[in-house]
Write a protein that binds this ligand. Structure first.
Ligand SMILES: C[S@@+](CC[C@H](N)C(=O)[O-])C[C@H]1O[C@@H](n2cnc3c(N)ncnc32)[C@H](O)[C@@H]1O
Ligand code: SF4
Length: 383
């Protein structure tokens, strides 16, 4: 489907958490609750500034990410929704997602979300195995995760996603069977399944450097777990629509599609970034700077960048290969005024010959082998 160019996605970063997980290097803070009030006041000012700037655009997707948006009082989120509706033109079929942790939601909060227009919830389950949850420093257990999904359903959420992490130290392939059984019972709509990344500086990375993670699954085992999850999810009605994302029909994440298709979005809040046409802007990661800048009615941007058309094309190709349908040839030709098959003939021929990509139904996409070796294809197409 061709996209109208006046649609806009909005990401809002909520950088507060109950505790820091051992693998996480996202911009998020625990023991910083005294900043919450000032942070949300600053966020409202940022919303007002961007609302003036982009009145002509129609917001069709809003995403509260973090950090843990469900950690703060529901009233803060509801006030932000009110500010967004007052300052932006909103699409009738708006999708609004909130990220949450199983231990920080309750019925009252969930009802507040529904009442203010949030219609999709992403729950950070990570694993349904208590021992594995402990290994990565999660503060909830499997029963809390299951109850969180049930509670979200009972208050009326009809679009529920969960995040799972693959390759947790100690994880074995049989773990997938348990997850699939629970996913099926709970009738979940969407799953994001990311391999654990050992981010430098995190406690888990330090354990790894000291040789304390002998049971970290190998790359081969990780691939097998992905493949098993993929085939088992297909059996219960999911499609893999992006390398790490699976959904029931019509339950793909609209917000994530904006990133993968390089549609326009703005990121509000600490450390967020925005992409409007060829312009990229990046917000500060300092909580004090963010709040004080907006208190003076300035924008908390620390860097702006104008990328050229070649770079944007490379981005579009690399992101496009993450999608299982791949790159639509008409779309890329129209958006970039090129003949894709001609301009990238060498790369396309080489990767087809190596069994990494295929052309079907006017789309160029990764094969199963290519999905395992996506970084090789991406490098080859990067100019
Ligand atoms: C930043 S978190 C926000 C959601 C919520 N705070 C939570 O933890 O459930 C978004 C997701 O990123 C994933 N994530 C964060 N750090 C990761 C890492 N080092 N490796 C793999 N996945 C990671 C987790 O699955 C997490 O649910
Ligand atoms: S993974 Fe989520 S809950 Fe854990 S520290 Fe990161 S943002 Fe917070």
């Amino acid at each position: 489907m061709m996209k109208k160019n006046n649609e806009l996605g909005i990401y809002l970063h909520i950088p507060f958490c109950e505790s820091k997980c051992k693998y996480c290097d996202f911009v998020s803070f625990c023991n910083s609750d005294e900043y919450i009030e000032d942070y949300f006041n600053a966020l409202k000012k940022e919303i007002a500034i961007y609302g003036d700037k982009y009145r002509d655009k129609v917001v069709d997707s809003i995403f509260f990410g973090g950090g843990t948006p469900s950690y703060v009082d529901g009233q803060y989120i509801s006030e932000i929704m009110k500010a967004l509706k007052e300052n932006f033109t909103i699409a009738e079929d708006l999708e609004v997602t909130i990220e949450s942790n199983p231990n920080s939601i309750d019925e009252e909060k969930l009802n507040t979300y529904i009442e203010c227009g949030i219609n999709r919830i992403s729950i950070g389950v990570q694993s349904f195995n208590d021992q594995l949850l402990k290994r990565i420093g999660r503060v909830h257990n499997r029963n809390q995760a299951i109850n969180a999904v049930k509670m979200a359903k009972s208050v009326g959420f009809k679009n529920i996603s969960i995040d799972l992490i693959s390759s947790i130290p100690g994880q074995i392939i049989e773990d997938i069977d348990t997850s699939i059984e629970i996913i099926n019972d709970l009738e979940i709509d969407h799953i994001s399944y990311y391999s654990l990344i050992l981010e430098e500086g995190t406690p888990l990375y330090k354990e790894y450097s000291r040789g304390l993670l002998p049971d970290l699954p190998s790359e081969d085992c990780d691939r097998k777990m992905y493949s098993k999850l993929n085939s088992s999810l297909q059996e219960i009605g999911f499609s893999r629509y992006e390398i790490s994302n699976f959904s029931k029909p019509n339950r793909e994440s609209r917000h994530n599609l904006k990133y993968w298709k390089i549609y326009d979005y703005i990121g509000l809040g600490l450390s967020s970034h925005s992409s409007i046409g060829n312009n990229r802007f990046y917000n500060t990661s300092s909580l004090n700077d963010y709040i004080s800048k907006l208190n003076e009615y300035g924008l908390p941007i620390i860097e702006t960048e104008r990328i050229d058309i070649e770079e944007r094309l490379s981005e579009f190709i690399i992101m496009g290969f993450r999608l299982i349908n791949g790159i639509n040839i008409d779309e890329i030709n129209n958006r970039f005024n090129i003949d894709f098959l001609k301009e990238y003939k060498d790369e396309i021929d080489r990767n087809i010959a190596n069994g990494l990509i295929k052309i079907a139904d006017n789309n160029v996409s990764l094969t199963n082998k290519g999905a395992d070796l996506a970084n090789i294809v991406e490098l080859d197409f990067y100019r």
